[in-house]
Write a protein that binds this ligand. Structure first.
Ligand code: ATP
Ligand code: MG
Length: 623
């Protein structure tokens, strides 16, 4: 089928389109209405239908004669040197045990359960158990500092927190329990119970009457039978806070039915899923990729999913490829930042493994520069598929749907609008839609397709005020990203709207300049920010990491590349060389903080920063 036709159908007759897609999942009670958009921008999908995410991810595959004995969840930790594989049947047992434990701790349908866990199988069990009994999970990235955790506890008001003694990084335990205790002390909404998995990595002090040990409690629920709670499609399934790159995490609330359908569709059309094969997403359950494409998506598609705890370079940079070989991974999902890390390693580690099972590598989360993309494509010899989306949408907005048509990818572009998304580019100044090659803000006309956020948790007004605007009678959702579309409908993301630079009246995306700089053969990574300038309004300033610091690359050499490719107007006023850039724990550049430092301001809320010493380097460079 032609993708253009498929897409057109999703836009012209969305109700028929999604009615058909809804057949990809099991419904306990059929829906009576595909879409209710009577109260824009609030969209309700599959009204009246009853289903369950856990049923579709687990129970569905455990029927007699089914694939119950095939692998479902493979938890690999190079931190603790463990590998545990659970078949769908075993997962079914674990999930029911967790559901019974949660019920015994007073968790009921609609209650929030906060999951603050490392990348261990129990974290996935806890998520699926919540889904099973209709509790609303909120996974918080393990290792977030106490104040980030406290703000999320206050917002989600969980009745139960599930946690562990410690995570681990580079073989060093990172105790969670002290952070958790501190966060609970800081928060005003106190959970009544805390369920703790003791991995034996760090000592824990228990709070009498509140803290419960998993090992003891699970023994009382070994062969528990907990039936699925069927939920109306629009009941909430989870709340997940956005990455906080722009400093204000928002509690994204998602439904049940729409999400299950969107994942089943995207697994089929984007990730070409086949039941029985193995999917490997290298993300973390604390991020949206972890929710959609480590836990729910692959399982809903009947695939085995790999959960990996560890660094991409330990015990050596071949570890991911060893996993691909061993488990015959067919589809892999990672982020450009991880690929850049691998690019700095000797290539032998990748080349010595048999990667013939791998069919494609999907990358998302931040701009994929052409250099990184071409390098990994050459190394792996499989298509590299960029996909652009947000915590808010839950699944790709822009990509290439290889499962529908083998449309070519285009370097530097995440692809075309995905089915269901009425993507448009708007000129901020005129409020008019942009033509081809005209830059504008990437927006989506409502209703958002199934799977996207329902609202900001507990704050409908914030959802409306933050994201939506009425442009000439059209309700438009803003992605807050800036982009451009070519004549063939391929989009290019130019940066966040906050990151657009205005140099002497010229509007430039930081992304364009970064892309140009990384094409210099000795630059492995770069961040460009706009810095206030008395004469030009703003100037671009670049912080670059060199592959080989001893190669004698000069500031002028880097500027010359930009001059050649984009013109002198885009040339950074300064190029500083550093060895590390400030990033969030999900690997996104904190341009906002770099910019603040350059302008002598306070770098702001840094709760999601990966390594604070990277900011020190920026300060040093400026001296
Ligand atoms: P916050 O909204 O809290 O500031 P965040 O926007 O970083 O945090 P996410 O929802 O994790 O949180 O990230 C989505 C953003 O990541 C997108 O809006 C876009 O800026 C960027 N992004 C994601 N995928 C891509 C991609 N393939 N190409 C370019 N940018 C991408
Ligand atoms: Mg965002």
């Amino acid at each position: 089928m032609k993708y253009a036709d498929f897409y057109q159908r999703s836009i012209a007759t969305p109700e028929q389109f999604w009615q058909d897609e809804a057949a990809l999942i099991d419904w306990n009670t059929p829906f009576t209405q595909v879409l209710d958009y009577d109260h824009p921008p609030f969209a309700r999908w599959f009204v009246g239908g009853k289903t369950n995410l856990c049923h579709n991810a687990v129970d569905r595959w455990c029927l007699p004669g089914g694939q119950g004995d095939q692998p479902a969840l493979i938890a690999i930790s190079t931190e603790t040197n463990t590998e545990r594989s659970y078949s769908f049947n075993q997962l079914h047992v674990e999930v029911q045990r967790w559901a019974a434990m949660m019920q015994s701790l007073g968790v009921r349908k609609g209650d929030r359960v906060l999951i603050y866990m490392p990348m261990i199988a129990e974290a996935a069990f806890a998520m699926l158990a919540c889904a099973r009994i209709g509790a609303v999970h909120s996974v918080v990235f393990g290792g977030f500092a106490a104040n980030s955790l406290a703000s999320r506890i206050d917002d989600a008001k969980p009745v139960l927190i599930v946690s562990a003694d410690a995570g681990s990084r580079n073989g060093k335990p990172i105790p969670y329990k002290p952070l958790l205790d501190e966060a609970i002390a800081l928060s005003s909404a106190k959970p009544s119970r805390v369920l703790l998995v003791d991995r034996g990595l760090a000592p824990m002090t228990r709070v009498e009457g509140r803290d419960v040990d998993y090992a003891a409690l699970s023994a009382a629920h070994l062969a528990a039978h907990v039936p699925v709670t069927w939920l109306e499609s629009n009941e909430p399934s989870y709340v997940l806070y956005t990455s906080g790159t722009t400093g204000k995490p928002k509690g994204v609330q998602r439904d049940v039915g729409g999400y299950a359908v969107a994942l089943a569709s995207s697994m089929k059309h984007n990730f070409c899923a086949r039941a029985g094969e193995t999917f490997f997403a290298t993300s973390d359950i604390g991020w949206v990729v972890g929710h959609s494409y480590i836990v729910y998506g692959p399982l809903i598609a009947g695939m085995a999913t790999i959960m990996y705890e560890g660094l991409p370079v330990c015990p050596d940079p071949g570890i991911w490829w060893r996993i691909v070989e061993k488990y015959k991974v067919t589809r892999m999902f990672s982020a450009p930042t991880a690929v850049r890390v691998l690019r700095k390693q000797p290539p032998e580690f990748m080349r010595k493994h048999d990667l013939s099972s791998l069919k494609a590598l999907y990358l998302a989360g931040e701009p994929l520069d052409e250099t990184t993309s071409s390098w990994i494509a050459d190394e792996l010899g499989v298509p590299i598929i960029d996909n652009y989306w947000q915590t808010e949408t839950g699944w790709p907005i822009l990509s290439i749907a290889k499962g529908i048509e083998d449309t070519p990818t285009r370097l530097g572009s995440p692809g075309v609008a995905m089915y269901g998304y009425k993507v448009c580019l708007m000129n901020e100044a005129t409020g008019e839609e942009c033509g081809p090659t005209e830059k504008g803000v990437l927006m989506i006309e409502g209703p958002l397709p199934p799977g996207c956020m329902q609202t900001v948790y507990g704050d409908d007004q914030r959802f409306v005020d933050t994201y939506w605007s009425d442009v000439g009678g059209r309700m438009l959702y803003s992605t807050f990203d800036w982009g451009v579309r070519d004549a063939d409908g391929y989009y290019f993301i130019l940066g966040r709207t906050d990151d657009v630079i205005n140099v002497a009246g010229h509007r430039l995306g930081t992304r364009e300049i970064e892309e140009s700089i990384t094409s210099h053969p000795n630059v492995s990574e770069v961040a460009v920010v706009g810095v206030a300038d008395k004469i030009k309004g703003q100037v671009a300033v670049a912080f670059a990491i060199l592959k080989d610091a001893a190669a004698g690359t000069l500031e002028q050499d880097v500027m010359a590349v930009v001059d050649r490719q984009l013109g002198a107007v885009a040339r950074p006023a300064r190029v500083y060389f550093v060895t590390q850039l400030p990033k969030t724990r999900s690997g996104k550049l904190l341009r906002r903080s770099i910019q603040a430092i350059c302008e002598g301001r306070n770098p702001g809320d840094l709760t999601s920063i990966e390594d604070p010493s990277s900011l020190q380097q920026i300060k040093q460079a400026l001296l």
